[in-house]
Design a protein around this ligand. Structure first.
Ligand code: C2E
Ligand code: MG
Ligand code: MG
Ligand code: MG
Length: 282
C-alpha cells in the first residue's frame, strides 16, 4: 500500500494502511474468542415474492458485535476468516443458528445462508448441512445456500458431487452476485444451481442507467431460458420493483422491502397484514 517516491525508491509510510493492517491482524487474532464469547449474530433480510410483495423467506447476514470496536461488517471480517480458514468453523455455527431461527418462522418461509468456497474445499459442507437440519428439524426445502461464481473457479468433481447431493436432499442453490464474476454464459448452463441472484449494482442503477437495465433484462431472459429462478437484490425503490415485476422476475430483496433485521422483527413483518399495502402506497 505504501507509495514509492518516484526516482528515489523511498517508501512513504502510509499511516492509514498501517492502521488497516493492524486492525486486520487484531480481528484475525480475535475471531475464535469472538465465536466462543457469542459476539457473532445473524440478521435476516426479508425476501419477497415480487408479484405480491409478500415475505417468502430471508437471507441470513452475519454481524460481529466486537466488545470494544462495535459492530463489524462482514465485508471486513469474512475475507480475514477465509484467509486463515476460520470461516469453516464460523460457517458451521452460522448454518445451525440460521436453521434454528427459521424453525420459529411461520408458513414455509425459507432461510438463505451464504457459503464461502472454502467450505466446499476444506470442509464437508454436505455433512455440516445434514447435521444442522437434523439438529434443528428444519425441512431441507426451507434451506437455501448462496454461493458465488468464484466457487466454480475450481470446478472439481467433488464440488459438483456436493452440490448434486445437497440438491437431492432438497436444498436450493442460488448463485449470488451474478454479473460481477468471470463465468462465461456457457458455463452457467452447466452449473448445478436453482436460482440466480442478479447483483445489486445492476438493480440499483437500472432506473437511471440504460446499460444496467439492458443487463437485467438479458439476465432475466437467460434465467428463463435455463429454467432458473431469478432473485433481484438491492431493490431500493418503487420504480425498480415495478420494472422488475414487469420483466417477470420472481423474487427480490432490498432496503425497499426491509433491511437486515432480527428474527423477531422479521416474523412481525410477515404477520403484518397491511405491510404490502403500505409498500404499495409509499
Ligand atoms: P451478499 O450476500 O450479496 O449480501 C447482500 C448485501 O447487500 C448485504 O450486506 C445487505 O445488507 C446489502 N443490501 C441488501 N439490500 C440492499 C439495498 O437495497 N441497498 C444496499 N445498498 N445494500 C443492500 P452485508 O450484510 O454487509 O453483507 C455483505 C456481504 O458479506 C454479503 O453479500 C456476503 O457476501 C457476505 N456475508 C454476509 N454474511 C455472510 C455469511 O454468513 N457467510 C459468508 N460466507 N458471507 C457472508
Ligand atoms: Mg448473499
Ligand atoms: Mg449478493
Ligand atoms: Mg455481495
Amino acid at each position: 500500500d505504501a507509495k514509492t517516491v518516484s526516482g528515489r525508491g523511498w517508501r512513504l509510510y502510509d499511516p492509514l494502511a498501517a492502521d488497516r493492517q493492524a486492525r486486520s491482524r487484531r480481528l484475525e487474532g480475535e475471531l475464535r474468542l469472538g465465536l466462543e464469547d457469542q459476539q457473532f449474530f445473524l440478521l435476516y433480510q426479508p425476501q419477497v415474492d415480487l408479484k405480491t410483495g409478500s415475505v417468502i423467506g430471508a437471507e441470513a447476514l452475519l454481524r460481529w458485535q466486537h466488545p470494544s470496536l462495535g459492530i463489524i461488517s462482514p465485508s471486513e471480517f469474512i475475507g480475514i476468516a477465509e484467509a486463515n480458514g476460520f470461516i469453516c468453523e464460523l460457517g458451521r455455527w452460522m448454518l445451525v443458528e440460521a436453521c434454528r431461527a427459521a424453525c420459529d418462522w411461520p408458513g414455509d418461509m425459507s432461510v438463505a445462508v451464504n457459503v464461502s468456497p472454502l467450505q466446499f474445499v476444506k470442509d464437508d459442507l454436505v455433512k455440516d448441512v445434514e447435521q444442522a437440519l437434523l439438529l434443528t428439524g428444519l425441512p431441507a426445502r426451507r434451506l437455501h445456500l448462496e454461493i458465488t461464481e468464484s466457487t466454480f473457479l475450481d470446478r472439481t468433481d467433488d464440488l459438483l458431487k456436493s452440490l448434486a447431493q445437497l440438491r437431492k436432499m432438497g436444498v436450493t442453490i442460488a448463485l449470488d452476485d451474478f454479473g460481477t464474476g468471470y463465468s462465461s454464459l456457457a458455463y452457467l448452463a452447466g452449473f448445478p444451481i436453482d436460482k440466480i441472484k442478479i447483483d445489486q449494482s445492476f438493480i440499483r442503477k437500472m432506473s437511471t442507467d440504460a446499460a444496467s437495465q439492458a443487463i437485467v433484462i438479458a439476465v432475466a431472459a437467460l434465467a428463463r431460458g435455463l429454467d432458473l429462478k431469478i432473485v433481484c437484490e438491492g431493490i431500493e425503490g418503487d420504480i425498480e420493483w415495478t420494472l422488475l415485476r414487469q420483466l417477470g422476475c420472481e423474487e427480490g430483496q432490498g432496503y425497499f422491502f426491509g433491511k437486515p433485521q432480527t428474527s423477531q422483527e422479521l416474523v412481525a413483518l410477515y404477520r403484518d397484514p397491511h405491510w404490502s399495502d403500505k409498500r404499495r402506497a409509499s
